[in-house]
Every structure is written in C-alpha cells, then in structure tokens.
Design a protein. Structure first.
Lengths: 113, 112
C-alpha cells in the first residue's frame, strides 16, 4: 500500500464550480498536512498548511483533515480557469526531525471557461 | 515577497559528467532540502540539511550525490557522475522551523 494516494485525474470542471480534491494515507504518524499547487514545469507553490483535524479556510480554499479516516481534502470554491494546475498533497510526521515531506502523485485540474 | 531561487533553469549534460545545481534559499530560513521529480512522477525527497549537516537522506541520495552550503546564502546539490536516470526536475526548498517548506522553480536536468 502506498503511503499517500491521490487520484491523478484529470478533473475537468466548469468555471465557478466547487472542486473537491482528496488524498488518503496509510501512516498514522503523519500529523502535518499541506496542499501545493504546481503549474506545468514549475515548482510547487504552498497553498494550505494544517496540523489538526477539522477545517481551515483561506479565501476560496478550504483544507479538511480527518485523521481518524486518514483522509484529507482541499475544496476550491468559485473555481477559475487560473486554478487549472496539478494539486499535490504532502504530509510529514511529527517525530521526523528532518521534516521531509511525502507527496501524493498529484491531481490535474482543468477549469473550463 | 521572499522566494527561493535556483540556477540554472535547465542543465544539459553528458552521462558521466559532474553537475552542480544551485539554490538561494529564503534568507532567514534554517532548513534546506532537495527534492526531485521525474517527468510524470511524484515529487520525491532527496535530502534535508540543517546546521551545516545532513539531517536525513533518502535511498536515492547515494554516494554520487552531495550537498553543500558554501557560504551564507547558497545551497548546492552536486551529482558526481550523472546517469541517464538522473534526468528530472530538481527542486530546492527551505523552511524556518520545518513547518512550511517553500519551493524554488526547479532546475530541469537532462542527461544524454
């Protein structure tokens, strides 16, 4: 079983739609969760960071963590064509002093005008 | 807004040659990382660096790889003898206390 699983997509939605992106993980030691956005051939750009179960909101983005189910989500409201990118979930353990991140494979999102 | 920068943006080299990839992390950050992403695959951790030493390295980071912080601003990744399978995007990242890592734009390494 992979440590972090993420549906690769592509996910195609019309402009204005609510987008739901998800990751599951197997390692219960993961305590810190991040969402990155990556445009083609660019570096990952940090969108959201959270470490507790529940919701965290930032503008049009909401990150949700359910540690009991080992499931995290990113919701994008009022999606825009500029949101078209690959979304990567990433996570790390609390005990790992190196702070290395384990990434999902990414979900490609296309927002149609 | 401070950002991580990387040079060159694209490096082409012959198999067996040495390459050095350069990074300038965000100035007040203490932790530095290299990750790589082979085309179409996930971002993979290579090495983390803190207090002038490696804190962890992955299985990928074998004896052909080394990292250095030669001065107060640069952070480099050296591959001593490149192989075809080293072709990938290499990302440098930095963080202050490890909580949030900020990535550079990457160096695309092509080994012929």
């Amino acid at each position: 079983q992979k440590e972090v699983e993420q549906d690769p997509g592509p996910l195609s939605v019309p402009e204005g739609a609510i987008v739901s992106l998800n990751c599951t993980y197997s390692n219960s030691a993961f305590q810190y969760f991040m969402w990155y956005r990556q445009y083609s051939r660019k570096g990952p750009e940090l969108l959201m960071y959270t470490y507790s179960s529940g919701n965290k909101e930032d503008g049009r983005f909401t990150a949700q963590v359910d540690k009991s189910s080992k499931y995290i989500s990113l919701f994008i409201r009022d999606s825009q064509p500029s949101d078209s990118a690959t979304y990567l979930c990433a996570m790390r353990t609390r005990m790992d002093s190196s702070y290395k991140l384990i990434f999902g494979s990414g979900t490609r999102l296309l927002v149609r005008p | 807004e401070p950002e991580v920068t990387q040079t060159p943006s694209h490096q082409v080299t012959q198999m067996g040659q040495e390459v050095i990839l350069r990074c300038v992390p965000i100035s007040n950050h203490l932790y530095f990382y290299w990750y790589r992403q082979i085309l179409g695959q996930k971002v993979e951790f290579l090495v983390s660096f803190y207090n002038n030493e490696i804190s962890e390295k992955s299985e990928i980071f074998d004896d052909q790889f080394s990292v250095e912080r030669p001065d107060g601003s640069n952070f480099t990744l050296k591959i001593r003898s490149t192989k075809l399978e080293d072709s990938a995007m290499y990302f440098c990242a930095s963080s202050d206390w490890g909580d949030t890592q900020y990535f550079g734009p990457g160096t695309r390494l092509t080994v012929l």
